[in-house]
Design a protein around this ligand. Sequence first.
Ligand SMILES: Cc1cc2nc3c(=O)[nH]c(=O)nc-3n(C[C@H](O)[C@H](O)[C@H](O)COP(=O)(O)OP(=O)(O)OC[C@H]3O[C@@H](n4cnc5c(N)ncnc54)[C@H](O)[C@@H]3O)c2cc1C
Length: 490
Amino acid sequence: MSAAPIRSVAILGGGTAGWMTAAALSKALSAQGVAIALIESDAIGTIGVGEATIPTIHWFNQLIGLDEAAFIAETGATWKLGIEFRGWQGEGSAYFHPFGTYGLPGDAQMLPHRLIRAWNGGHALDIEQFSLTTQMARAGVFARSNGDPRSLLSTLGHAYHFDAGLYAAFLRRMAEERGVRRHEGRVTRIEQDGQTGFIQALTTERGERVAADLFIDCSGLGGLLIEGQMHAGFEDWSHWLPCDSAWAAPTAADAAPPLYTTATAAQAGWRWRIPLQHRVGNGYVFSSKFQDAEAARSDLLAAIGTPTADPRLIRFTPGRRRQAWIGNVVAIGLSSGFLEPLESTSIHLIQTGIGKLLSLFPRQDCATLLAEQYNRVFAQEMEDVRDFLVLHYHFTKGRNEPMWQACQAADLPATLAYKVDHFLGSGRLMLRQEDLFRDASWFAVMTGQGLRAQGHNPMLDSMSAADNLRHLDAVRAAIAKSAAQLQGAR
Ligand SMILES: Cc1cc2nc3c(=O)[nH]c(=O)nc-3n(C[C@H](O)[C@H](O)[C@H](O)COP(=O)(O)OP(=O)(O)OC[C@H]3O[C@@H](n4cnc5c(N)ncnc54)[C@H](O)[C@@H]3O)c2cc1C
């Protein structure tokens, strides 16, 4: 006989992860009458950074029924069409990782091969001219996909920059309206069943006791339940991603916020610049092995000018929990692991945590097979993101500072080495169905980081080299025309 259904869920933590989880569960479980409680401590506070997203944010906002106009107004959001990487191939270099695809509709997989063939034939074509999204980002004009697969506009993609604190507050109102009960106070006592190891209840310093069938650990980097109580263990990825610290500081808002995040390589890491409506978020992610915190703080301030609040220092270890679901505890957000925000993936990973939890939602026995599947997919997702980040760190040029030299000399994870070998050999992007970043992203970053494929897909050889160039000219002209029309229609 099946175990009884879950009747109550307790979420520990009211940061972005906690309130995203509360908003999604309260929507998805409303028909089942599951009671949802959230415990957070104002005294502990939240990490308070996390402002750039990737296009997968759309499905989450749709899932919870969020109106885009209200979301933009409430969270100080701006449009984001991609990320500009500055200095990763030496001072003065820059490349763009656009959301959306390259070329014409339906050309996403073949266009990289067309370009590789032209480049190898000695033609210095500019990759940016083959992406409508990049053209709009460079022009500073926002345009969105029209969803029509026959239209060039369908190659556009976008996400947002937003104030994660305001987003959490917005989601909190939504979740509380749907019946989520918030408890304020630091959790000081955790009751655990001696036989099953399941968590039974959390008690705050005020003496409030919250019992539940299922606990979601959104308590931040420390992972109070998943690590402190369930001893999940941590897989440390510092040997590939040496940065373990960040200074964060806001500056005054731009008069005309750019439509992209900037990630600028620096002495012992890189700086982010994220334009919001009401301020600019800045930060310097650095390796404390290669630069001390005071020197890093000075470097950030020298780059951004006068901040509107004191810089804050955050320490972290890159990597993931060995298990994100154990017994009746599921870790979502920073409690499950952390990868630096180079490709703005943390909020995405919160979403996928929620998505996996909903699709594997357990009964009261929390069947171990469900946890096993969750952990399997979780590990894969984290490793995919890790590999994409390591790609940036490993293949820099013209950066001779000790940290960058160490990254250039480090071995690649085998999974990344496999992708790189395929690309260098035949221009192929070996992606699995589940990979988060798709052809356009890998192609943009591999090319931007200086990787040059030696060959192209032989299917293209049914066309002469001259015809390939003519095709590329036509693509470039169509994109330029569309970009001009969109700018004119502004
Ligand atoms: C430097 C940096 C830059 C980042 N930039 C980005 C970005 O651009 N894009 C992106 O997607 N992500 C980014 N992130 C990640 C993003 O900040 C987090 O994923 C997101 O904020 C979620 O955090 P969280 O809710 O898991 O944890 P937190 O914000 O740390 O929240 C933890 C919660 O748990 C509560 N809590 C903890 N212990 C207790 C206790 N004992 N009792 C009661 N309550 C407790 C706290 O009060 C708090 O409410 C960045 C992270 C860092 C470190």
